[in-house]
Design a protein around this ligand. Sequence first.
Ligand code: F6R
Length: 609
Amino acid sequence: MCGIFGCILKEGKAAPLIHESLKRLEYRGYDSVGIATIADGKLFLKKDQGKIDEVHNLLNLDDLPGSIGIGHTRWATHGAPLKVNSHPHIDCKGEIVVVHNGIIENFLELKAELQNLGHAFVSKTDTEVMAHLIEETWKQNPKLSLQQAVLESLKRIEGSYAFAILSTREPDKIICARNESPLVLGINGKGVFCASDIPAFLAVTNKAVYINNGELVTLTADGYKIQKIQDGSPVVREPTTIEWTAEMAVKQGYPHFMIKEIHEQPETLRNTLRIQENYLDLLATFLDRANEVFLVACGTSYHACLAASYMFSKLAFLPTFPVYASEFVEQCGKSVSIDTTILAVSQSGETADTIAAVACAQQRAATILSLTNVIGSTLTRISRVYIGTQAGPEIGVAATKTFTSQLSVLAQLAIRLAKKRGKVSQDEMDLLKEKLNQLPDYVDMVVKTQEEKVKQLAKKYASSKVYFYLGRGVSTATAYEGRLKLMEIAYIPSIAFPAGESKHGPISLIEAGFPVVFVCPRDDGHRTIIGNIMEMKARGAHIIAIVEEGDEEIKALADDFIEVPKGIPSVLTPIPFVIPLQLLAYYTALEKGYDPDMPRNLAKSVTVK
Ligand code: F6R
């Protein structure tokens, strides 16, 4: 997730407005920033790594000349957060300048092709290919307009994008285009604006035009022209009036970041499923070679590791050991050697316990691999290889979208590894990939069809003194995560166990009316979990079952149930099954009058041990 902004003003300088607007998009990313403007037919550009204020203090972003310009605030996905990878990116001649939010999936092929044609690349980003692609298109067809050259170039691009493009050859225009990444125009009598999101221009206008997937826009000082990328046909769309306040706009109309981020999951999963295969391959190669693998993390990220241990074992026949980072040094420190591989998972990449565990393993010459949402974080700097989860900044203190993104990377990794090790048949492999790619839609379906029902459940059980969460197999991790969410934002003491283990002690706590959440996909544990449900029911527990659609057997036993689409392979179920549990925690917190975005005693990133 990054933020893009562009504007053409009838009067005055564009740069200060671009700077101000990027500040309002900083919630979409903040590891580097850049602005390009055109004045008197010449291109001016300033960019650097760091937060917007830091870069502005150093470079004075406001003093760029000209009334037309584009800007970008970055959340690194391809290439570290360095000046060279900051946007805007330019072509060889410095005539075309591009900002981009999204992921160009085929950038490596395009880059190789363009390099063979003599184009010199300076960055490691996917975005830079677009500048060179337009340059090349123009070289082949010098008579094309900027708009035509962009249109032609877009036909070669696979992946997601919101682009804003400037060129000194046509210095009075901005060309924008959208596929999957958000893009919206703002209009007032003084100019036109394009942005990733409404807050960027809400201070200057509340007249907005939403751009749809597959559309290209030509902006001039007088207005905008929309056309379809596929065939160039014109699209007529009038501006709508936005009633949001600035604060509502940052949350896109949602009352809290947590619920916004829960709703973002179909999109963040789609992005995370676009990770370049070569990164996954590299990590899978290290895991394949490893003698022993520790999966190290805290909190929600630990639950992703726990789920991953089932994925690696069931798909790739690789035993891995999930360990709480805070316990790692004591529990495993001395046994770590040059033959050990650590896969550390951390949303922030800064959690002190995770960094300490990794540092200990590093001193003993272990191989460090990591998965994080913040490229450029401490964890990425001390890892041999890392992968970014592409979830964009997570502002809600309770991790939601980063958890499902972590799970989807770990599942992709387990599938890669299984292939490498010859442990799954081609048919199984195809099915897993197909289902993995359907997960964003399944998650969307769960949110759309079950949210209201979960809200009612939250109301019904909000006064419970204690909650139980039980699951078997990989669903144990889902149950643990559901419990953590409820405890941390709704402050209800909660207990989670593998369902089989609940008989060895915890069941003694059960009293009439205790809500027990069972996570029960129709997998190998299904038959046994029915027995566990009966045991709890016999003691008066209220059963809330998260089931697959059409699981009449469990629905008949449960007091309440939430349905998730059926046919999802067991190892992938934590992704859709955790959604109702995130929603349950959120709505229970609201029922109890708590602010889910500001849970007491908690910090988003725990940087002390
Ligand atoms: C729970 C939550 C925390 C974090 C934990 C690790 O909702 O957010 O439990 O998961 O503090 O943080 P990262 O993943 O940044 O290392």
